[in-house]
Design a protein. Sequence first.
Lengths: 278, 267
Amino acid sequence: MSASGAVTVQGVKRRLGHGFLRAYAVLIFAFLLLPIALIIPMSFSNQRYLTFPPPGWTLHWYQSVIDQPRWLVAMMNSFIIGVPTALLSVLFGTLAALGMARGGFRRRKLLLMLVVAPMMLPHVIIAIGLYPTLVNMRLEGSFAAVIIGHTVIGIPLVFVTVTAALRSYPATLDLAARTLGAGIWRTFRRVTLPMIWMGMVSGGLLAFATSFDELMLALFLTGPGTETLPRLIWDQLSFALSPTLAAVATMILALSVLVQGVGVYLGSRRVVIRRTAT
Amino acid sequence: MVAPPVAFLGVFFLFPLLRVIYSSVAQPSWTLGNYAKVVDESFYLRSFWYTIEIAASVTVLCLIIAYPLSYTVASSRGRAQKLMWILVLVPLWTSVVIRSYAWLILFQREGPVNAILLALGWISEPIKILQTSAAVEIGMVHILLPFMVLPLVTAMVKVDVTLLRAARVLGAPPFKVFWRIYVRLTLPGAAAGCALVFITSLGFFITPSLLGGARQTMAAMMIEQAVSVFLNWPLASALSTVLLAITVTLYLVCARLTGDEAGMVAK
């Protein structure tokens, strides 16, 4: 133990250090969040040109979003594409994760590379290759085309989350169920599935969110009737920086904060439940 | 069990990828002409080089900014830590197009950033921020920072504090403790974050398109232009093959350095 004087000096120094780090964190969080928050007041601005702070307020831009049915159509399209993408990604990603975690077979590394590679490669490369392939299959401009493209990048996301869930419990549990007489299907439904369920759900949400936000594949694979929301925003951006876009962005922002907030809330509740259970 | 996903990815991922490489040398006829074009026209090479440069500087910036932030998150407790986690994750919930659009507003000539700089008296008239590399870098750091923070915090939380205390007791000065122990122990997290940010940067399209100008053309933009403006698919295939080679090479280098091939991806 050092002398009490030294301790105080150290304490003061440490407190100063902490204060400095806290201030730094506040600064960086401001950098991360303020630009996003800025969009909200812009969407209520009564000025056609983006001036900040806005001189007056209006709901005009929200009205114009509602008046143009193409925004609603694009939003619908994003769901029509995002939901099947999530489901297919969960199906394929979970199968891949189960197969690779439990089955000890050769060329495992090669398969692993195949499954995770779509996550690492620039989407533009996938788009350049996928477009002619889908044209050959006469799928260009269809919902199926974008769903296929988005599922390619969705599978690794589910694969990663389900693999993590599988690692979180010992494989001997499955084995125990089997020795106690449960069939393969029953073992899966009663033991494996409950353990990896959260991994499947969060992977599926990730796949949906990725599809909902994806632009590059959408640029190549969507046609006049299948335009997604990011694609429509992108096309509008090249025309003008109208506050209509800020209104659309604010609505999407509200939606995603709501959805993710519910996710976090449910997630933390689960944690609490699990903690009190153990 | 792996057959369905492997078949799906084989048909819709691996085959298209091989097709890109194939058509880069087989179209319009068997030729290396597409690659000759890539090498001959300085625009393409410059753009590839620019892409690597931007990816590198964005990675370094992210690491420098994220390290103290991650330390703050990792060393706080309870509610504060949870709040900070959420604040790191919130930007990930918002679309990349929308976040880049926000910077587009901020960086306008009459925009808030210029207004603040004028009010502070740092500049005497509005400066051009858009269509510079700085704008592209700021926009990209804004999007990629959380991807650096996540693996760093994960590594920092695992650091055994008693090791640091032991070193202090044994007489090591604070800076030496930090450098020789803390930094070394968190190196895997930093390496994973750098690899993730760097590789992701190589494929960026939205942010450089919106915030940069013609001089800030990154690889993905150039490939997209080859198709949408020049309608030259063979050239786009050759450019894609080069970008693919760059990405795979850098991925293997990163995997070597982090000593872990797929775990890096799984965070």
